[in-house]
Write a new protein. Sequence first.
Length: 154
Amino acid sequence: MRFETYKKMRDHALAVCDGPLPDVDPHLINPIELAYIGDAVFSLYVRKRLLPVSGHVQVLHDLAARMVSAVMQAKAMDGIEPQLTEAEAVVVRRGRNTKSTVPKSATVREYRQGTAFEALMGWLYLTGETARLEILMKASFTLIQQAMMNEKRG
């Protein structure tokens, strides 16, 4: 995309975003947009879980940044995937197959699994499945915590 086109799109988005929150059908949202929402949802969950463990923001930030990385989200996705419903598995498949640029900090597989994880979190949030979202985020947090502790031992 050319920079001028990007600037026009950005300016248009800024101009129209002050209206009421729209009702959206999560089933019709692009998987990368679901991942965008899911990233925010899981990041907030991680930050809330970490808040009581340290009064040092740098420690909290370092832990949170690692916990929400594609590498750790891929580990969480691997752990929770067998527990998913059929509808959740469809969202995960869509998220995993979406086209996006892979950063150097993760393998292609890790990045796709991480995107699938975020898409699932976004979809659950937007569908109002708060109880299910809480269950999967809690399980994911535990899986990530264990993976990080195992890295320190190894």
